[in-house]
Design a protein around this ligand. Structure first.
Ligand SMILES: NC(=O)c1ccc[n+]([C@@H]2O[C@H](COP(=O)([O-])OP(=O)(O)OC[C@H]3O[C@@H](n4cnc5c(N)ncnc54)[C@H](OP(=O)(O)O)[C@@H]3O)[C@@H](O)[C@H]2O)c1
Length: 273
């Protein structure tokens, strides 16, 4: 019986992964931060063991790792899913917000993985990164940088301990999940008193609202992740979706070309508003 650990199991990709692995007979340790959602996890199946973890609070990361280590002798796969999007212009976005983004999307995942490492030997870590990791999107730099840093830190871990563990980064394009509605709520006040970027930010928020209804079907993404989880020798990185594949190729162009095209495309799309 496989043992799977999933953070961010209360919504979107993580929730569907928890249900799918539990239905396949795996034992699933499922992470929640909102206690109201714990009962939903319990209801999935007896195979689901909820654990509390808030990626922005270090003590909960350490206690979550201890909770899991006390209950199992091995972990087949850890899937680091939990994440959110912080947006704003670099000119005025509070640096503390960027720190918080890195805590939630990057450092917490590393610390949690380190905490579980001994029982992960011979197993896998699958990180849900993003096409944002290719770093070509303005106004969501905290999100892009946090995903990029996640990929770099874990890829280094892979090079350092290839014999112990397999590490995979999944980089999807836009997926229909509640992530985007939550990001609109989270980033409402990001401009503060600064009116300079109002038009760009308004565009960004409208675009985020559309994302929840367009993009990849979450079930397809989950099926793909389950397939990767079952491979003996997965690749270190997978890009899912046409938008993500385009972003990957585009990111290899010279930086001056990327900046020129992104600037033009943003202005063209905003003028259509
Ligand atoms: N949707 C997309 O277009 C897309 C594309 C590429 C990559 N991704 C990545 O996929 C992952 C899952 O996102 P999703 O689309 O499934 O979004 P989602 O439905 O919002 O799920 C995010 C999950 O992370 C949890 N979470 C957020 N902040 C947390 C914190 N501080 N501590 C603990 N848990 C926290 C959420 O908990 P609550 O239920 O309490 O909010 C939720 O369970 C994220 O890492 C995201 O960056 C998403």
């Amino acid at each position: 019986m496989k043992i799977i650990v999933i953070t961010g199991a209360t919504s979107g990709i993580g929730n569907l992964l928890a249900k799918s692995f539990a239905n396949r007979g795996c034992i699933v340790f499922a992470g929640y931060r909102n206690s109201d959602l714990k009962t939903d996890l319990v209801k999935i199946s007896d195979n689901v063991i909820p654990f509390y973890i808030d990626m922005s609070k270090r003590d909960t990361i350490l206690s979550a790792a201890k909770f899991i280590l006390d209950k199992t002798d091995k972990i087949d796969t850890l899937i680091n899913v939990a994440g959110c999007v912080f947006a704003g212009p670099m000119e005025c976005l509070a640096v503390d917000k960027i720190r918080e983004q890195f805590e939630i999307n990057t450092f917490s995942h590393l610390e949690f993985t380190q905490g579980l490492f001994d029982k992960l030997r011979g197993g896998k870590v699958i990180n849900i990164s993003s096409m944002a990791s290719f770093g070509i999107f303005p106004f969501i730099a905290p999100y892009c940088a946090s995903k990029r840093a996640l990929d770099i830190l874990f890829n280094s871990m892979q090079m350092e301990c290839a014999k112990d563990i397999k590490i995979v980064s999944i980089k999807p394009g836009v997926i229909k999940t509640p992530l985007w509605a939550k990001s609109i709520e989270k980033n409402q006040g990001a401009l503060g008193e600064n009116k300079k970027y109002e038009k760009e930010f308004d565009f960004l928020m409208k675009n985020a609202a559309k994302n929840e209804h367009k993009g990849l079907n979450v079930q397809k993404v989950v099926n793909f992740i389950i397939k990767i989880e079952g491979l003996n020798n997965p690749k270190p990185s997978y890009t899912i979706g046409l938008d993500a594949k385009f972003a990957e190729i585009f990111s290899h162009l010279p930086q001056s070309w990327i900046n020129f095209v992104v600037h033009k495309a943003l202005n063209a799309r905003m003028s259509k508003l």
